[in-house]
Design a protein around this ligand. Structure first.
Ligand code: MGD
Ligand code: MGD
Ligand code: SF4
Ligand code: MO
Length: 704
């Protein structure tokens, strides 16, 4: 095959949405080359570079698979048979148990148009209230905190180009050097200009090493740290009284609470020396411009919303919000983690960041759909609650773009719940671990075979362009939804799908996340357009809150936060903290990146990071097998000794399944507001093991 001209598009993976060219190389294989786009400035990480190799992967699903007998094997089926099978079951379940017995689970990797249509498919075609998505595992705490404090949730309220302009940046619980490598260009530039960058993380990560300061906190103590910093800053007279009076409300309660977080006490909670807390507070207090950026570290906790709010309090009290080159931002995760949470695949939400419990919002969306607002269901169950009801109130689950068997917390319990369903349907392009246990697997097109828009971590809407047609036998997620809807008696979803670009933008018009003016032509001409952008003449909004916050009175709101312990703390039986997260060369559940040979070669197996002193106490040497167990499950992992982690903490990446699946260990304790699970903190016991335990696949758990 001869090389084909490369076409411009974006990486399928993370929220940076790096620009790339995709075409055939001299050997006829699909290949990626970097493209100069404002987010990545020509940079790409190894995952992005190798993404196109999966387009022609021999493991690609090209025919629907059907489990005709409950305990039988998955066998090839025609599309007609597979969709008929799904629809017949759904109709029977709906008749017996009502529409809410059908759950829909979406993903932050879906385009805006697909996320929009999935919400309509669930609420209108099926009529269920119960749709939620994997973003609930991701930035739900930051989103809830942003809504509470600023009246609006957009990951970063400013473009990346503002980062180098900030004089001081606090990165709390994010490791972009591994999770978004090209973004480091902006932090490096900030340092070159003499800025200070403080990383708060229990591990001395690649990001911490690139920073000027590292605060190696005890897991689960970010809010105590933020309260301590604010305590010192107020005591030293750095509170911005004019800003607080003019642009905020609720400061007094925060002042009272943080008065009790004197540095010695905060040192005892966080492990950060009081002197260091004073130094950093002074630095923040004097900073001409301060940014605080959060990642999943403090967010994926049972007090995730409070953790974020406590840093927002610091930024607000110092007058470092609602102006250029300053403010709080969340570094969103998945490719469309941002857009995916704005357009209706979240349990409480309608397109345009509208709310299902708001009468006006319901009427606006119902008008676009041409239905009576009463036909819209009430808010449904959030992701973990939905999965917990599987096989109980939820009888059927349709999964689009998530590999929950690997990525949800307390995975062994989840596998049992999924096994109790009457019907599990998975739409994917690979036989993920979740697809493996499904009753029906529907093979769909990949990123470079479809067109749509995505919204990156800055709120910049970008254009995903098709580079090649999908392989024969493969359909799109949209075809799947339309095919099922039609069999359920809804012929209108097909019409919506034909004009989904247009209908989607109309459905957002007038909402907080207004995309009405964001056409693909504009995106191409302007390197993306920032929402809100209500009409064709509007320039888009790279910077939010400069004049006013998005609350009804225009003021940002303080929230007094008391530091609270995580749901589980180390004790005599389970003496260490376990935290989980990511490594550079693997993506999420690994369903994609564990199928890329060069990434597998780089990091072939899961491991456990452990401090050499801790390892010595347990007679564990480099590379030894370690049996790690919690109140929920046990795994065996190879020990990776590193002085970069706290002595009381171990770290496991969650990209693998089977015997090394980190989520067999994690705690599904939820934040009461965001309903995010506590992936980042639980208590674990460790012992040296002589051999790895046999891998327990979800399929085996189900049938044991
Ligand atoms: N290589 C790679 N890149 C990715 C992804 C991937 O899977 N692989 N996934 C994408 C997605 S969906 C997301 S959400 C982002 C996530 O991006 P990040 O938020 O950067 O990733 P994590 O590794 O989950 O967590 C960040 C850090 O939190 C720290 N941490 C743990 N507990 C605490 C705590 O109590 N307090 C503080 N302050 N820190 C703590 C961990 O040590 C870890 O270094 O990455 C995106 N990019
Ligand atoms: N222990 C622990 N667990 C975690 C986390 C953690 O830090 N620690 N982080 C959590 C976070 S932040 C996240 S975002 C989740 C992510 O976890 P998952 O939701 O499992 O994310 P992926 O592994 O990306 O799974 C996406 C699946 O959908 C497929 N897919 C991709 N794009 C499409 C598409 O357009 N259509 C369809 N139909 N399929 C598609 C992929 O092949 C893959 O099988 O994991 C969470 N789990
Ligand atoms: S940083 Fe994210 S968007 Fe960029 S190439 Fe890597 S995975 Fe893709
Ligand atoms: Mo995420």
């Amino acid at each position: 095959m001869s090389p084909s001209p490369a076409a411009p598009t974006h990486c399928p993976y993370c929220a940076l949405q790096c620009g790339m060219m995709v075409g055939r190389d001299d050997n006829g294989a699909w290949a990626v080359s970097p493209r100069d786009f404002p987010t990545n400035k020509g940079g790409l990480c190894r995952k992005g570079f190798t993404a196109a190799s999966l387009l022609d992967s021999p493991e690609r699903l090209k025919r629907p698979l059907l489990r005709r007998e409950k305990r039988g094997a998955l066998e090839p089926a025609s599309w007609e048979e597979a969709l008929d099978f799904v629809a017949d079951k759904l109709i029977a379940i709906r008749a017996a148990s009502g529409p809410d017995a059908i759950g829909v689970f979406g993903g932050g990797g879906l385009t805006n148009e697909k996320a929009y249509l999935l919400g309509k498919f669930a609420r209108f075609s099926i009529g269920t209230a119960n749709i939620d998505y994997n973003g609930r595992f991701c930035m739900a705490s930051a989103a809830a905190a942003g809504l509470r404090a600023f009246g609006l949730d957009r990951g970063l309220p400013f473009p990346l180009e503002d980062i180098p302009e900030a004089s001081v940046i606090i990165i709390f619980g994010s490791n972009p050097a591994e999770t978004m490598p090209p973004i480091m260009q902006y932090f490096e530039e900030q340092r070159r200009r003499g800025g200070r960058c403080i990383v708060v993380d229990p591990r001395r990560t690649a990001t911490a090493k690139a920073a000027t300061d590292h605060l190696q906190v005890t897991p689960g103590t970010d809010s105590a740290l933020a309260n301590g910093l604010l305590h010192v800053a107020i005591q030293r007279g750095f509170a911005d009284k004019a800003f607080i009076a003019e642009r905020t409300s609720g400061f007094e309660a925060v002042r009272r609470v943080v008065a009790r977080y004197w540095p010695d006490r905060v040192e005892r909670i966080t492990g950060i020396p009081a002197k260091k807390i004073e130094e950093i507070a002074e630095l923040c207090g004097r900073a001409p411009s301060l940014m605080a950026l959060s990642g999943r570290g403090p967010e994926q906790q049972s007090h995730g919303v409070d953790n974020v709010l406590s840093f927002i309090n610091l930024v607000l009290a110092l007058g470092q919000s609602g102006k250029r080159n300053a403010g709080y931002g969340c570094m969103t995760g998945q490719g469309n983690g941002q857009g995916g949470r704005e357009h209706g695949q979240k349990a409480d939400q309608l397109p345009g960041y509208r709310r299902l419990d708001n009468v006006r919002h319901r009427a606006e969306v119902a008008a676009v759909w041409g239905i009576d607002p009463a036909r819209l269901p009430k808010p449904g169950l959030s992701a973990c609650e939905l999965l917990d009801e599987a096989g109980r109130a939820i009888r059927a689950l349709l999964v689009f773009a998530s590999n929950i068997v690997v990525s949800a917390p307390d995975a062994l319990a989840l596998a049992k719940r999924l096994g109790a369903l009457d019907l599990l349907v998975v739409s994917d392009f690979f036989l993920s671990e979740t697809a493996e246990i499904a009753d029906v697997v529907l093979p769909v097109a990949q990123w470079a075979e479809e067109e749509g828009t995505m919204t990156n971590l800055e709120g910049r809407v970008i254009h995903r362009r098709p580079v090649k047609p999908p392989p024969e036998g493969v359909r799109s997620d949209i075809d799947v939804m339309v095919g099922i809807a039609a069999r359920l008696g809804d012929d209108t979803l097909g019409k919506s799908a034909d004009n989904v670009d247009d209908e989607f933008r109309r459905a957002t018009a007038g909402g907080a996340a207004d995309y009405a003016g964001i056409t693909r032509e504009r995106i191409d001409a302007e390197d993306g357009v920032f929402w809100p952008c209500p009409d064709a003449g509007h320039p888009g909004t790279p910077r939010l809150f400069l004049d006013r916050f998005a609350t009804p009175d225009g003021r940002a709101r303080f929230h007094a936060v008391e530091h609270m312990e995580p749901a589980e703390r180390p004790d005599a039986e389970y003496p260490y903290f376990l935290t989980t997260g990511r490594i550079l060369t693997q993506y999420q559940s690994g369903a994609q990146t564990r199928r890329v040979p060069s990434l597998v070669a780089a990091e072939p197996a899961p491991f456990l990071e452990i401090h050499p002193d801790t390892a010595a106490l347990l007679s564990i040497r480099q590379g030894d097998w370690v049996h790690a167990h919690t109140r929920r499950g046990a795994v065996t992992l190879a020990a990776r000794l590193t002085p970069d982690i706290r002595r009381d903490t171990v770290f496991a990446p969650f990209h693998w399944s089977g015997a090394g699946a980190a989520n067999a260990l994690t705690n599904a304790a939820l934040d009461p507001i965001s309903k995010i699970p506590e992936f980042k903190v639980c208590a674990v016991a460790l012992e040296r093991a002589s051999a790895p335990t046999a891998p327990a696949s979800a399929r085996e758990i189900l049938h044991s």
